[in-house]
Ligand binder design. Structure first.
Ligand code: NAD
Length: 484
């Protein structure tokens, strides 16, 4: 068990198996108080070069380790993360603001990614292809080489594990660029992975701002693949840079996800899942948040009244107190969410509940619901990424599906109904990478995840993620060539 972190957390990059400091620094702020409690180096392209050089030097050795042994090392990383779960979760609460229970869940999922991909490390193999008896033809699944992993602030532990674990399982050496708002858990995980026996230089972390570190990393000629999770504009920039080098890239971007409730649904269940979908999990700062609630006209009034009663019971406060709704990650994001509440007021008037910041230090916003939202409004179309719910209504199934599809995004969609045929029609007709039926945030590390349309391309999680970090080589032999 490592020592728990102190209130003055100054950490560095992690390059070649050791922590490296920088000269200029970026402050790390606790969203619960607005106070600085740590710092990281303000990295640049020289740090990116150094990390790539170390990763490149270690790639061949790592790839040469027997896959089963790579799996054992990943298993030990998962175990080490679990042994240190309390201190990582405490650090996560401090840097991101999320509640203690949300942080504990996230650390467990982060560990689970390493455990899951540990079991796959020795099952990544090619095929043999029949081409007549004169040939032997087979495919090899080879790692890409050195891969870049650009991570956002909303789930810094889980999303690091989500792309780094499959990349390592497939034999790649990795470089992580954490979000500058939540950089400390990444360095902690890299150190713990080192403690667990991961060879030096196979998991590197370069700290800094996106344009100074993320951009040169994504476009670096010595990078062989890029995994990006974050916003649409950054994703577009990252994808463009990666494609310049013809590097494989996958993009996990934003969402504006529809949650459709039919009159035949179990309304108690639907209400509880609505709360989780937008308020009580990371204060709605979730790409797959259920930020558009689409209610059938017949149940709209009852559902909304009951939902508002439940929202009144939610506590808002510091992550340390394990509230229902935790603070927003940063002042910038706080301003962004408050800005959208102002847009909502202009578009439709007062919210039916919430709408204000708490009068205290830190970045707290009340859970907020706008009713009577129509499809053309900005609060129906744009990702707010906070505890703000837009409520729309529909009269029949065709209209529900049309509304569900009516944004530029297509990440996830949810339906509440007891009609199994309707649930399958919804799954068939809605353009989203994942469909939830009667439960929001369903699925696990095993289930493929990713977006349609502007929500991105490529799939993470599950077996499919291995595709992101391998390339196929075909070997074709004419075995009769040497016959007279
Ligand atoms: P962001 O795009 O601002 O930043 C994401 C990461 O990219 C950070 O590490 C940042 O430093 C880096 N970055 C910034 N500019 C860069 C540049 N020019 N080149 C390379 N890297 C750069 O996103 P954010 O605000 O941190 O995260 C919120 C967004 O992430 C939301 O849109 C959310 O929906 C999305 N998200 C998507 C998923 C998913 O799985 N689809 C998961 C979580 C978050």
């Amino acid at each position: 068990m490592r020592e728990s972190t102190t209130n003055n957390d100054t950490r560095g990059h992690f390059i070649g198996g050791r922590e490296v400091s920088g000269t200029e620094s970026i402050a790390v702020v606790n969203p619960a108080t607005g106070n600085e409690f740590g710092a990281i180096p303000d990295g640049d392209s020289d740090d990116v070069d150094a990390a790539i050089e170390r990763a490149r030097a270690r790639f061949a050795d790592w790839n040469d380790i027997a896959p089963a042994e790579r799996g054992r090392i990943l298993t030990r990383i998962a175990e080490t993360l679990r042994e240190n779960a309390d201190s990582i979760a405490a650090l996560l609460v401090r840097e991101n603001g999320k509640s203690r229970s949300n942080a504990a869940t996230e650390v467990e999922i982060g560990a689970r990614y390493f455990e899951y991909y540990a079991g796959i490390a020795d099952k990544i193999h090619g095929d043999s292809i029949p081409l007549t008896n004169h040939y032997v033809d087979y495919t090899l699944r080879e790692p890409l080489g050195v891969t870049a992993h650009i991570v956002p602030w909303n789930f810094p532990v889980m999303l690091l594990g989500r792309t780094v674990a499959p990349a390592l399982a497939a034999g790649n050496a990795t470089i992580v660029k954490p979000a500058e708002q939540t950089p400390l858990t990444a360095i902690e995980i890299a150190q713990l992975a080192d403690d667990a026996g991961l060879p030096d230089g196979v998991l590197n972390v370069v700290q800094g701002y996106g344009p100074d570190v993320g951009a040169p990393l994504a476009g670096h000629p010595d990078i062989d693949g890029v995994a990006f999770t974050g916003s649409v504009p950054t994703g577009r920039d990252v994808a463009t840079r990666a494609v310049e080098n013809f590097n494989p890239v996958h993009i996990e971007a934003g969402g504006k996800n529809p949650h459709v409730v039919f009159p035949d649904a179990d309304l108690d269940n639907a209400i509880e899942h609505t709360l989780t979908s937008i308020f009580t999990f990371n204060a709605g700062q979730v790409c797959s948040a259920g930020d558009r609630l689409i209610l059938h006209d017949d149940i709209h009034d009852e559902f909304l009244d009951r939902l508002i009663d439940r929202v009144r019971e939610l506590t808002v406060g510091p992550g340390e107190d394990n509230p229902d709704v935790s603070p927003i990650v940063s002042e910038t994001q706080f301003d962004h969410v408050i800005g959208y509440i102002d847009v909502g007021r202009e578009e439709i008037g007062e919210p039916v509940i919430g709408g204000d910041a708490l009068d205290r230090d830190g970045y707290y916003i009340e859970p907020t619901i706008f009713d009577g939202v129509t499809r053309d409004m900005r609060i129906a179309q744009e990702e707010i990424f906070g505890p703000v719910l837009a409520v729309l209504t529909f009269t029949d199934e065709a209209e529900a599906i049309k509304l569900a599809n009516d944004t530029e995004y297509g990440l996830v969609a949810g339906i509440q109904t007891t009609n199994v045929n309707r649930a399958h029609r919804f799954a068939r007709d809605v353009d989203a990478g994942q469909i939830y039926v009667n439960e929001w945030f369903a699925g696990g590390v095993e289930t493929p995840f990713g977006g349609y349309e502007m929500s991105g391309f490529g799939r993470e999680k599950g077996l499919e993620a291995i595709e992101n970090f391998t390339q196929t080589k075909n070997v074709c032999l004419n075995i009769d060539n040497d016959l007279e």
